[in-house]
Design a protein around this ligand. Structure first.
Ligand code: KG4
Ligand code: ZN
Length: 336
């Protein structure tokens, strides 16, 4: 069996081809970073237009690299939401068109569930229940999976996502876009104890996150210390800010472990590429005596292998759905 996955929820146009035994034959990702960089953030209108012009080439390249013809594709999988609705519609309409023309099923998948799936792609034997920390530019959430394909949202951000906070601080300092990877690199050369940030915690003891207070504190430091691109302590500042974000993520994860008692941990989403977060997450897992899984970096940020993988998982578990072409994009979180 061959599954063609398509992902266009945000600013990456991606297609991937998987075999029925989860083997990734090709995984093409065309980033729009250069298009959005001058604006310091994603411009939704530009994103959807770029998806329209890129998608035919990305899918063609994906099939070429996998050495599979389009007639051989058995199932189409596509991200349905959450994301930018204009962007989602491009991938969804393109995949619907192909499924309709070739008379094949279309499986719509949820973007957040697909991010979690990226960890299962490389580790098929992950023990359940699983606690997954998903950290990206649009989302910061904790999911508890009692068994496979059963997602319970146990914590989420009440304001900014962690990646969004990193991107905004980098934008404010004129460091470039996306800010997450830039801060990651510069933080490695800085002292994380130089600027004392408090760790944000919700007063109501839920497992929710909040990053807007941390962002405001960072902006205050920037103004007070007149931090600019060439400031000698800029790397120290970025290391300290990143450290505070990581502490906030992992302190919630620690409480969630106590509350949910999982048998394994997953870290996923674009921010899971962060070197320091990966290290600290693995160290927390070791201390908690839990096996932990982080996808390889190219599977952390948006990609379509995770989309095709989730569709395959659904097929194999007998979760049929109606596979009709009458599916619509949804922009916000949707509980399944
Ligand atoms: O998962 P993703 O590609 O898109 C969303 O679903 O949001 O995540 C993108 C986010 C951006 O905020 C980006 O700055 C962040 O992931 N990111 C990183 C790193 N690489 C990407 N954040 C910190 N360190 C990195 N190395
Ligand atoms: Zn994503």
């Amino acid at each position: 069996m061959y599954v063609l996955g398509v992902e266009t929820s945000c600013d990456e146009t991606a297609a991937s081809l998987l075999t029925g035994d989860f083997n990734v034959l090709s995984n093409i990702i065309l980033s729009q970073d250069e298009i959005h960089a001058p604006y310091g953030g994603i411009v939704p209108e530009l994103a959807s237009r770029q998806h329209i012009s890129s998608i035919p080439y990305v899918v063609k390249e994906c099939l070429n690299r996998a050495q599979i013809s389009i007639e051989e594709v058995d199932v189409y999988a596509v991200t349905q939401g959450p994301g930018l609705v204009g962007s989602l519609l491009v991938g969804l309409s393109f995949s619907k068109g192909l499924a309709y023309y070739f008379g094949k099923p279309l499986i719509p998948v949820d973007h957040l569930e697909a991010h979690i799936q990226s960890a299962f792609l490389e580790n098929r034997e992950t023990p359940y229940p699983v606690l997954a920390l998903l950290v990206s530019g649009g989302h910061t959430s904790l999911f508890y999976l009692e068994k496979r394909l059963q997602y319970e949202l146990v914590g989420k951000t009440r304001d900014d996502a962690a990646g969004e906070a990193l991107d905004k601080i980098a934008k404010f300092l004129d460091l470039g876009y996306p800010g997450g990877p830039i801060i990651d690199k510069r933080a490695q050369k800085g002292n994380p104890r130089k600027f004392p940030f408090g760790v944000p915690r919700m007063s109501d003891r839920t497992l929710d996150f909040s990053f807007s207070g941390l962002k405001t504190a960072a902006l205050r430091y920037i103004r007070k210390s007149n931090l600019q691109t060439d400031h000698p302590q800029l790397n120290d500042f970025l290391a300290s800010f990143q450290q505070a974000v990581i502490k906030a993520l992992l302190s919630n994860l620690t409480r969630a472990i106590r509350k949910c008692n999982p048998r394994s941990l997953i870290l996923c989403g674009g921010v899971a590429r962060n070197q320091e977060l990966r290290k600290k997450f693995l160290s927390l897992a070791r201390k908690s005596h839990l096996p932990a899984y982080i996808p390889s970096p190219q599977l952390c940020t948006d990609n379509a292998a995770m989309v095709a993988g989730l569709a395959l998982e659904k097929i194999q578990s007998g979760q049929k759905g109606d596979f009709s072409l009458d599916v619509n994009a949804y922009p916000r979180f949707h509980s399944s």
